[in-house]
Ligand binder design. Structure first.
Ligand code: AHR
Length: 521
């Protein structure tokens, strides 16, 4: 059996001993869409130790910090070139009252974080701390506004406080609190998961609320808000349908949440202990995000054929069981090479849909779910970069590059299914994505998800002549391997030597369980 699909593609070769053969054809002459850098967005919620102990330790901490921001974490995130950071939630956002987080720290009221373990927090990280962090990181802030338990007035005043430079009451208050010049805030979420923790609403009711709240979120002094409506979860097509009908072009973007493993309750499996069968199931479930994006995009296309409304996958990633011994409700999980594959394959999907997918924010940046960084929960001041961090770092070159369509031919395998795919899911053993950078070079990723078989990949660049190739590889002995405080560099990218260029044809040997990113000139 031999099948060829376009772009996502697969053809079945018979499994041979030694290396499997695969072919990738990159249509360099067909690139037209830009991969929005915001697809590499991050998400920071007041949840567990994402903010407190992760991003923020306070000025008086023993842990080295820059004005209260954890130094090692800050530097690692700076190196990642984060384009956008979403805050303060998540579910937390719909219980957050921003005025509690401004002014002198010792006067800020404490609050109970009802969504996440009932933890008491002191609001020492608020609007100034967040927006200043974004400035230091050089990223766009994405503010998630409170619609569930807040008022129209409260959200309107928050926008004024952050962005007005005039002689307005909120700008004056901001100045009193030490910040003279307004910040620029582009992305504004009007509620989060309004069908669930954000108010348990019906889409019809939420649509009306969106229309009302968004009117009073004004553009001050050259600030231009990109307003995002709270969108569907996974397979809730009706939510998207109703919002497209009732809100339509009043929104600039519509969000979508898709977790590879969904998870408020029940066992989801451990992050680092799983069978081969579980692993392949994860790959299949992760790739299902493409069907979900396609279906929501199709609904949007009917009302918005010019694709003016962005689809923002502003929460995605793996959601495993919390690590034993950690605080329940804090969603602290390890991050194995399996998670790195979920990151790489999901990013490939977002690239392919860059005509509609305007932003994506992996959940979450530090210490929560599929994070970039883990800090030691015992307060030793140690930090590790996860395999997922390394994928984001290796993929940096895709930001703002021109997406190049491609075809892949490779072996496939049936993975176990679930209630959404009763007969299982057919998965490829090789996944690839390519883009042309501003300097004319091509960035190309190859993910060999096979647990056992290396792949010998022949790459044809249609419409381009390759002259030089270099690259890096992220690989592991076991796909359940991870970095921890004892072995922080067990998984890290190293130079890759197995890409050969002969008469314009590129041949690459990709070991099993590996992600390779090439720079082709
Ligand atoms: O990322 C964790 C939680 O998942 C978010 O707070 C919520 O929006 C989603 O259900």
């Amino acid at each position: 059996m031999k099948r060829i699909f376009t772009a996502i593609t697969i053809a079945a070769f018979s499994m041979t001993a030694m290396a499997d053969n695969a072919k990738v054809t990159v249509h360099v002459n067909q690139g037209s869409q830009k991969i929005h850098k915001e697809i590499y967005g991050q998400f920071a919620e007041h949840l567990g130790s994402c903010i407190y102990g992760g991003l923020w330790v306070g000025e008086n901490s023993q842990i080295p910090n820059i004005n209260g921001y954890r130094k090692d974490v800050f530097e690692a995130l700076k190196a990642l070139q984060i384009p956008v950071l979403r805050w303060p939630g998540g579910c937390f956002a719909d219980e957050y009252h921003w005025m509690d987080g401004i002014g002198p720290k010792d006067k800020r009221p404490k609050m109970q974080n009802n969504n996440w373990g009932g933890t008491i927090e002191d609001n020492s990280f608020g609007t100034h701390e967040f927006l200043n962090l974004c400035e230091m990181l050089g990223c766009e802030p994405y503010i998630s506004g409170n619609v569930g338990s807040g008022t129209v007035e409260e959200l309107a005043k928050w926008v004024e406080y952050m962005t007005s430079d005039g002689d307005t009451p909120m700008a004056k208050l901001r100045r009193q609190n030490g910040r003279d010049k307004a910040w620029k805030v582009k992305f504004l979420g009007v509620g989060n998961e309004s069908w669930g923790c954000g108010g348990n609403m019906r889409p019809e009711y939420y649509s009306d609320l969106y229309r009302r709240y968004s009117v009073y979120c004004r553009n001050y002094d050259g600030n231009n808000l990109y307003k995002i409506a709270s969108g569907a979860s996974d397979y809730d097509w009706n939510w998207t349908n109703v919002l497209m009908d009732r809100v339509g072009h009043r929104m600039n973007g519509l969000s979508l949440h898709y977790y590879t493993v969904t998870g408020w309750s029940g066992s989801k499996g451990a992050a680092t202990k799983f069978t081969d069968d579980d692993y392949y199931w994860t790959i299949g479930k992760c790739l299902e995000i493409e069907d979900v994006v396609n279906k929501h995009a199709e609904i949007m296309d009917r009302k918005d054929p010019k694709k003016q409304i962005g689809l923002l996958v502003d929460e995605w990633g793996t959601w495993w069981d919390e690590e034993p011994g950690t605080i329940p409700g804090h969603l602290y999980q390890q991050n194995a090479m399996r998670d790195a594959f979920v990151a790489a394959l999901s990013l490939n999907v977002f690239h392919r849909h860059c005509d509609r997918v305007r932003m994506a924010n992996i959940a979450q940046v530090v210490n929560v779910l599929q994070s970039m960084i883990l800090t030691d929960q015992k307060g030793t001041g140690h930090m590790v970069l996860t395999p997922t961090y390394h994928v984001f770092e290796m993929y940096k070159g895709f930001q703002e590059a021109t997406y190049l369509p491609l075809d892949v031919q490779c072996t496939t395998k049936m993975a176990r299914g679930d209630s959404h795919a009763k007969d299982g899911r057919e998965i490829s053993m090789l996944y690839s994505s390519a883009a042309k950078k501003a300097d004319g070079s091509i960035i190309l990723s190859l993910s060999n998800v096979s647990l056992t078989e290396p792949q010998e990949v022949e790459i044809t660049l249609e419409g381009a002549q390759a002259k030089a190739v270099s690259g890096r590889i992220l690989t592991c002995d076991n796909v359940a391997d991870y970095n921890d405080f004892e072995n922080p560099d067990r998984i890290r990218p190293v130079n890759f030597k197995d890409a050969k260029l002969k008469k314009g044809v590129l041949t690459v040997k990709v070991p099993a369980r590996s992600i390779v990113v090439l720079d082709v000139k």
